[in-house]
Design a protein around this ligand. Sequence first.
Ligand code: ADP
Ligand code: MG
Length: 276
Amino acid sequence: MRSIAILNQKGGVGKTTTAVNLASAIARMGHRVCLLDLDPQAHASLHLGIGVATGSESIYQVLMGEATLAEVCQPAGENLWCVPAHLDLAAAEMELAGEVGREMILRDALEAHEQEYDFLIIDCPPSLGVLTLNALACVGEVFLPLQPHFLALHGLSKLLRTVDIVSKRINPTLRLTGVVLCLFESGTRLAGEVAGDVHEFFSKGTSAGNTWSEAEVFQTRIRRNIRLAEAPSFGQSIFEYDPHSNGAEDYANLAREVMGISLASEEPEDSTAETA
Ligand code: ADP
Ligand code: MG
């Protein structure tokens, strides 16, 4: 199982949009994908049309030791499953504060499910607290969505340091492997300049042998597309909501890149469907 945490402690950079639509795109390629929502705002769950009633079971009960992952996981489409979040998850940060081994709860809970999915994608909350540490303790990779904005790289050192520390202390295989430029305004000078800065920043890491030395800035840029912003309120991924939109095209391309399929040798959807 390949496991990816979508992380940036800033809100509004495209984490949830990327988690949901990348998970859907990979599931559509025929791989079994589990999308795990670790944000108390539960936007990823709602985006897939999965609402959890107050008191019903979600990832919160798993972290509290009151339910298993199998009990809370819900089908969310062909090849796609969702472990939903609920607002009560906001309390977990405090409730777990005094718990020994609190960063390892999710890793332990996932252990039994390694074989069930080809991909685990975790939508992280906009913070570097206990919930995010649980995600970092159990994944192999971090994807960092960035919005080309003049402060895009601001605050990044704290995030990179957190990934480094988790890799040193509890999860030696953890690496930041991908940077996704989201909400990209193609054609604007600012977007072009910031994209250049991001490339330069991450190319510096390549000689350092740290947790982000393998990071690639994905060639696919997720363009700003209103259809991506509309889809969540219909409880649908972009592929159900508007399969012909730029948003659907961009996330399908990102999924191909993530799978290591060269974008240049792109084949029509139909001929590749049965190979997965
Ligand atoms: P985060 O999870 O990092 O807070 P979201 O994925 O929720 O960010 O995105 C923030 C807002 O921007 C949401 O309203 C979302 O629908 C919208 N959005 C995200 N990506 C795009 C895009 N490429 N084009 C247009 N709107 C987008
Ligand atoms: Mg979000």
